[in-house]
Design a protein around this ligand. Sequence first.
Ligand code: 5MY
Ligand code: ATP
Length: 493
Amino acid sequence: MEVDKMNEADWKYHGEGNKSLVVSHVQLSRVLRFLKYPAEDSENPPQTVEQAYRQIQNTVDFSSNVMSSLLGDKFIHSGEVVKLPLEFVRQLSIKVQQQRPAWRCDKVMDIYSGCALCLPNLTSPVLHQQTHTPTLCIEIKPKCGFLPSSKHVSKDIKTKVCRFCMHQHYKVANGKWKRRSLYCPLDLFSGNRQRMQFAIRHLTEEPQNNFKIFKGGQCIYSSKEGSDDSPDLNLLLHHLRPYFMNGNKRINSHMTSKAVLNDFIQVLVDALLSGGGEVMDRRGDGRSFCEASLFNKERVRHASPGLPSDSVLFRILQTQMLDMLDIEGLYPLYRRVEQHLQDFPKERSRLQIDGPYDEDFLEKLQKCPADDDCSVEHAVTKVHQYRVAMTAKDCSIMVTLVPSAEEKDDDDDDEGPRRVSVVRPPAFSCSVSVLDLDPKPFDSVARQLRLDQKIVSCYQRTGGTLPKAALPTLPAIFSAAEREECTLLFHPV
Ligand SMILES: O=P(O)(O)O[C@@H]1[C@@H](OP(=O)(O)O)[C@H](OP(=O)(O)O)[C@H](O)[C@H](OP(=O)(O)O)[C@H]1OP(=O)(O)O
Ligand SMILES: Nc1ncnc2c1ncn2[C@@H]1O[C@H](COP(=O)(O)OP(=O)(O)OP(=O)(O)O)[C@@H](O)[C@H]1O
């Protein structure tokens, strides 16, 4: 990619989150990730070019020096900062504006710095393309996968119902989403296949910002915030069906929608459990089951033990668990650092509050003693651990499924009788990556405490119940009995 020959015609809108907007190249497997600013700052950019460059470089450093070591470098693509011609960036921002969802337009793309993060396009990889069938990519934002057990937790409910499930009530009450998602991260992170399938089925039913599907680089399935409509599951099944039609038992036979969805979910679970390593037993860990999950608790007793130690979910969970104190235990330490910085503003740099995110930063947070010696150094390291855990609680997993070349068991050797070709069951080569690994700003800790209090008090106010209209509607592929019995599991077909 030659930055001095950039043409907006070669790029198209790809997606966005709260703080970045992503465009993809129409031919190359590349994306550019731009910063976003609040719309009210659009006349006066809130940062200088140098600051914007530094912010993106910090993301690269944090990803490559800190997160990559914790999560495993096989999952990480840190990318590189690029400096682009301003005219290209301005034309691009005009071009993509129409495709942006209205609810994300409270922020505008940074058109002032010319800086962006250049990354491989994980939704349309060029390598290993064995067939002409487009690649399928599934993006999951799993959120926090454990219950806090810190002695600082003041509300008992936080040790029983997970943050995601409680947050759902707050989001519905505030109109962010019309319907509650029945997905529970603790089921996904359980390592138990049935619980994981159950979790993914609920992600499929109500994706919100936790689940997206791409085919050949195009997003074909996602939620629209504030929308009354659920995404079209039948359309998704129409896209998925050809990928799952070649199972042994299904030659020329009809495959039900439920079977297509089951197969898809099973492939996804396989990908999430891949990576190898010892299976880590979590059966004795009281933090791994959420009371708000609809998964039948009886089945948990007979559940398989846990996640393989080299799987993406295990590595993310371990990193999330660097939050050992919970926000309630962490906040006094944050205040200690904040006070220290008010008294000695120049200490900001020595304490690496805004980076650099180098090996030294990683070493300090890995060697932090559990006991508080009342020093600012201890407090800041705990805050850094918490910020790293926040990143792991907010990252996304991208599972790329490349269909293998169709193999045929022709058996058409010269000796035996000629038999009908039998196509083998669906096979994909899969790769797993983690994205959105930005360092969370130091002062986001204060916001976390306020949000935690709001979420818990909203949940306690509503007693964990929501109006019926706020429950997801099961799509037509499920039978009347399944609609009534939400806990029903997928059965092998
Ligand atoms: O605080 P949470 O748990 O609501 O997470 C925020 C996300 O909301 P979610 O609940 O996933 O819909 C939020 O996602 P959305 O904007 O809701 O899609 C952002 O990811 C936000 O991160 P940042 O401030 O942009 O760095 C996330 O904020 P932090 O990770 O900084 O807390
Ligand atoms: N390397 C990539 N390849 C393909 N798609 C990507 C890549 N990076 C990001 N995306 C897409 O762009 C979207 C927005 O990117 P990202 O999640 O990094 O934004 P964000 O603003 O940091 O999100 P958040 O709201 O979580 O803070 C992602 O959800 C994903 O669909």
